[in-house]
Write a protein that binds this ligand. Structure first.
Ligand SMILES: *[C@@H]1O[C@H](CO)[C@@H](O)[C@H](O)[C@H]1NC(C)=O
Ligand SMILES: *[C@@H]1O[C@H](CO)[C@@H](O)[C@H](O)[C@H]1NC(C)=O
Length: 219
C-alpha cells in the first residue's frame, strides 16, 4: 500500500522535475532518470513504515498497546494524586512562615523587639496570626519549656473592655484559662496580660517582648 503511494509520488515528482527539459520521454524513463534519487531517499522510510505495519498485528505489540493504556491510566491517577497533595500542601501553608509548632499549636516567639501591647498585636496580625492565647495547662507547659526564664511576653488576654473581665483578643470570648502569679491581677489600671512563667497584669503601654500564635484559635 505505502509502496504504491510512494511510487506514484515519485513518478509525479520525476515528471515535474524532467518535464521542462525532456519533451518526449515515457513514464518509465522519467522514473529511472529523474526519480531515482526520490526512490533512494524514500525507500528506507518506506521499509521502516512497512516493518511497523507488519508487526502491528503482532500479539507482543497488542501487549505494548495494553501497557500503554495502563500507563495512561496510571499517569492520570498520578496527576489526580498530585492535585490532592498540592491541596494538602496549601492547607499546610495557612501556617505562616517563622511560626514553629510547640505542643499542638504554632507560635512565633519575638525574643528581641519589645513593643507595647497594641503594636505587638498589630505585628502578629501582619504575620498572619494573633497574640498568643493560652487555653490549657498543657499549652502553658509546652510554651514555658521554650521560653527563656524571667522574661516577659505579651499574651492576647486583656480586660480593656471591662476591668476584671478578661477576654482573649483572638476569640473575642471570655478567657477560660488564667494562671495568675500570686497577688495578680494587682492593678485595676493595668489592662494587658503578660506571661513570665505565670500571668501578670501590666500597663498596655509597657514595652515588652511578645508571642504570636497561628492556626485555628477558636477550635
Ligand atoms: C512479534 O514482535 C516481536 C517483538 O516486536 C518479534 O520478536 C516477533 O518476531 C514478532 N512476531 C511476528 C510473528 O511477527
Ligand atoms: C497602677 O498602675 C498605674 C499605671 O501603670 C500606676 O500609675 C500606678 O502607680 C499603679 N498603682 C499601684 C498601686 O501600683
Amino acid at each position: 500500500m505505502w509502496k504504491i503511494v510512494i511510487f506514484l509520488f515519485c513518478t509525479l515528482f520525476a515528471s515535474q522535475l524532467c518535464g521542462s527539459t525532456s519533451t518526449d520521454c515515457n513514464v518509465e524513463d522519467l522514473v529511472s532518470q529523474c526519480g531515482g534519487f526520490c526512490f533512494r531517499a524514500l525507500w528506507p522510510i518506506l521499509d521502516h513504515i512497512s516493518y511497523h505495519q507488519e508487526s502491528g498485528s503482532n500479539a507482543s505489540d497488542i501487549n505494548h498497546i495494553a501497557t500503554r493504556v495502563q500507563l495512561d491510566k496510571i499517569e492520570k491517577q498520578l496527576v489526580a494524586q498530585q492535585q490532592v497533595l498540592s491541596s494538602l500542601e496549601s492547607s499546610q501553608k495557612n501556617i505562616p512562615k517563622n511560626f514553629e509548632q510547640i505542643g499542638s499549636s504554632f507560635y512565633y516567639i519575638e525574643r528581641y523587639s519589645q513593643q507595647n501591647w497594641f503594636a505587638a498585636r498589630d505585628i502578629c496580625r501582619r504575620m498572619g496570626g494573633n497574640l498568643a492565647s493560652i487555653r490549657s495547662d498543657a499549652e502553658l507547659t509546652a510554651l514555658n519549656a521554650k521560653l527563656p526564664s524571667s522574661t516577659e511576653f505579651w499574651l492576647d488576654i486583656n480586660d480593656l473592655g471591662k476591668t476584671g473581665a478578661y477576654v482573649s483578643l483572638s476569640s473575642g470570648k471570655q478567657t477560660t484559662f488564667l494562671k495568675w502569679s500570686s497577688g495578680e491581677p494587682s492593678n485595676t489600671s493595668h489592662h494587658c496580660v503578660l506571661l513570665n512563667n505565670l500571668m501578670y497584669d501590666a500597663n498596655c503601654d509597657q514595652l515588652t517582648l511578645f508571642i504570636c500564635q497561628a492556626g485555628d484559635i477558636n477550635e
